[in-house]
Every structure is written in C-alpha cells, then in structure tokens.
Design a protein around this ligand. Structure first.
Ligand code: ZN
Length: 64
C-alpha cells in the first residue's frame, strides 16, 4: 500500500478514514501550523478524503 498523500510506498502506513497515510504525512498533518504553505494542500486532501469516506459509508449502509 502506498501513502495517499505523498504517493510514496511506505512501510509504516496507517489507515485513516479509509485511506493509507504514512507516518511522515500523519505527523505532518497533525503538527502543521496554519500559516504553513502546505496547510491548504493538506486541508484540501482531507476534505476530499472525508467526502469519499462519508459517501462510502452511506452507500455501504443505506438507511433502512
Ligand atoms: Zn506520505
């Protein structure tokens, strides 16, 4: 499995909201300051990921 964010194949990727994130990206995301230039990029990635995640949940578990 490769990291969804940096696209690198990583040994220590973890599953987060249905995607694979390597430890580097994960710690980047959780520690990045708002003023950092990559902050907006991560924000967009997380937004898309969350949308897909919620969408998958909805289609997998349709309201009865
Ligand atoms: Zn990564």
């Amino acid at each position: 499995m490769h990291c969804t964010i940096c696209k690198e194949k990583d040994k220590n990727s973890i599953e987060l909201l249905g995607i694979n994130v390597c430890e580097t990206c994960f710690s980047d995301i959780s520690t990045i300051p708002v003023c950092h230039k990559k902050y907006d990029y991560y924000k967009e990635v997380i937004k898309v990921v969350l949308k897909n995640y919620i969408y998958e949940r909805v289609t997998l578990n349709p309201v009865k």
